[in-house]
Design a protein around this ligand. Structure first.
Ligand SMILES: [Cu+2]
Length: 188
């Protein structure tokens, strides 16, 4: 019985069978809509009240304000500021492969900026660092095949054990791709 669908004009009739009712309903809806409501037109603009205008202004100001105020916390901006400050950096080189990390230094001194320079040797990996209280501090996306390592500067404030997790899905053992950094208090 269904054979005719797959031979000759069967597919054509099948498409018509689907499309014609759809087209009819579409046409009906468009017709109805054009009769029932004209939609927002030039006349509706006069109804935009003072309150609506103020609300729009407030949203705009809050949007710009929040963006400006939070900009310095963006990892890229924080990195540029740390580099410009001329402070000595602790350098940590890391290499990611499925599904582990090689990290040149796992012990870090608090209060002194750390530059993480990361590479991936096989596929896309992430390097996400969590504060001991569970907050995600930053994550780096490590793409394979780049000439320069991906770098980010972060200054750790609190001594403790910081979990590292891959935050880019990278295969069956992605969930097991983790490591740990230890931040120690500075002696000075
Ligand atoms: Cu992963």
């Amino acid at each position: 019985m269904q054979d005719f669908l797959f031979t000759g004009w069967g597919a054509f009739w099948m498409v018509l069978f689907m499309l014609v009712p759809f087209a009819l309903v579409f046409y009906y809806v468009i017709q109805r809509k054009s009769v029932v409501g004209a939609g927002p037109g030039a006349a509706a603009r006069h109804d935009l009240s003072r309150v609506e205008g103020l609300w729009l202004g407030l949203v705009f100001i809050v949007f710009i304000g929040v963006n400006l105020a939070s900009m310095k916390y963006m990892p890229t901006i924080a990195t540029a500021r740390a580099m410009a400050s001329g402070q000595p950096l602790q350098q940590v080189d890391l290499s990611a492969k499925s599904w582990s990390y090689e990290i040149s230094k796992r012990e870090i001194v608090a209060g002194q900026p750390v530059r993480f320079s990361g590479r991936s040797t096989d596929t896309m990996h992430g390097f996400g660092v969590y504060h001991p209280d569970g907050r995600l501090l930053f994550t780096m996306m490590l793409m394979p095949g780049l000439k320069e390592p991906t770098s980010l500067v972060h200054t750790f404030r609190d001594p403790g054990k910081y979990k590292v997790r891959c935050l880019e899905y990278c295969g069956v053992a992605h969930h097991a791709m983790k490591d740990e950094l230890v931040v120690v208090a500075s002696n000075s």
